[in-house]
Ligand binder design. Structure first.
Ligand SMILES: C[S@@+](CC[C@H](N)C(=O)[O-])C[C@H]1O[C@@H](n2cnc3c(N)ncnc32)[C@H](O)[C@@H]1O
Length: 311
């Protein structure tokens, strides 16, 4: 990081080890004393702030236990935007404590005005079985934005990563859905995204698929990241599926169930909005980027066999 230019990054995203004594390889000590861990975080946070452009976004994903300290450090240097609670059940119940069920995603910006703030809108929550609205919107249905509801600072729709296709990847991989959302909110095409804790490369994959430039660091092996890029087509397909469910009031699946179950959509102004050509182009580009990268990887990484064996 010290080699990188100051004020050069549009989005800084960090998902560091949580100091939970996990094994990240010989270079990483994930069992520091509390004060030592926090001091270590301060050091890379300082560097991250230096790299960030004015108006750039700084995200830090961690346990509330650590982010309570780190957010107060950040608040003295950057402008606080949000503490986002990402609702994921992440451990066994702890005796004498409330059941921990959210991670904290801190969002700050350098200076006072974000260069980009473009949160996606989400579909209404509906019952998977009957298609009915989970919340009662009463008489407000006709006033609802046909592009979906405002994104809040509590994210309950980020599923834990399940490794059906990627059994070999190490644990602690973030969901592509979360990274897609972060990059939607705070970046545009060609912006530069930096993640100092590469892991399995979720940030880089999301950035690549979305047409952002990216830079990163991984102190342990980068093999997982290389491997992941060699099968980025699967992430591309996955992300395209995720994006079909954004900026609409009802997903296609929900509309289908609602039709079958005879729900009245008349009050919602659904026909006032259609997916724009621009959005279709973006979706197509994303799929193409995944496929194009796959071809390049096949040339430069002849050992990436899973690509061939899974086709
Ligand atoms: C929680 S994981 C990140 C997972 C990643 N966000 C993903 O979705 O795959 C943290 C990563 O940081 C790496 N790491 C730990 N200390 C590091 C350091 N000082 N510099 C760079 N990477 C480090 C670990 O090896 C581990 O892969």
């Amino acid at each position: 990081m010290p080699l990188l230019e100051s004020n050069s990054i549009d989005v800084f995203f960090a998902d560091p080890p949580f100091n939970l004594q996990k094994n990240y390889g010989a270079q990483v000590n994930d069992g520091l004393g509390d004060a030592e861990y926090i001091e270590w975080c301060y050091r890379w946070i300082d560097e991250g702030i230096r790299l960030l452009k004015p108006g750039g976004a700084f995200y830090l994903y961690n346990l509330p236990k650590w982010n309570v300290h780190l957010s107060s450090y950040l608040a003295q240097r950057l402008t606080f935007r949000h503490w986002i609670a990402v609702d994921i059940k992440f451990s066994l119940p702890i005796q004498g404590r409330l059941y921990p069920s959210h991670y904290s995603l801190l969002y700050f910006i350098k200076g006072t005005k974000p260069n980009t703030f473009n949160p996606p809108r989400l579909p209404l929550e509906t019952c998977r079985h009957c298609g009915g609205e989970i919340k009662d919107y009463g008489g407000y249905k006709s006033k609802m934005n046909p592009r979906g509801v405002n994104l809040s600072d509590v994210w309950t729709d980020i599923p834990p990563v399940r490794h059906s296709k990627y059994k070999t990847r190490r644990a602690n991989e973030l969901g592509l859905k979360m990274m897609d959302r972060v990059l939607d909110i705070s970046s545009r095409e060609d912006d530069i995204v930096f993640d100092p804790f590469g892991g399995s490369g979720t940030t880089y994959v999301a950035a690549e698929l979305k047409g952002r430039r990216w830079l990163g660091v991984e102190v342990s092996t980068c093999q997982d990241i290389v491997q992941r890029f060699s099968t980025i087509r699967y992430d591309g397909d996955h992300l395209a599926g995720i994006r079909k469910k954004l900026n609409v009031l009802f997903t296609e699946e929900a509309l289908e169930i609602r039709r079958k179950k005879g729900h009245d959509n008349g009050k919602y102004r659904l026909n006032e909005y259609e997916v724009s050509e621009e959005e279709n182009v973006q979706l197509r580009l994303m799929l193409e980027r995944g496929r194009q990268y796959l071809c390049e990887c096949e040339v430069s990484l002849p050992e990436s066999r899973p690509v061939q064996s899974q086709q």
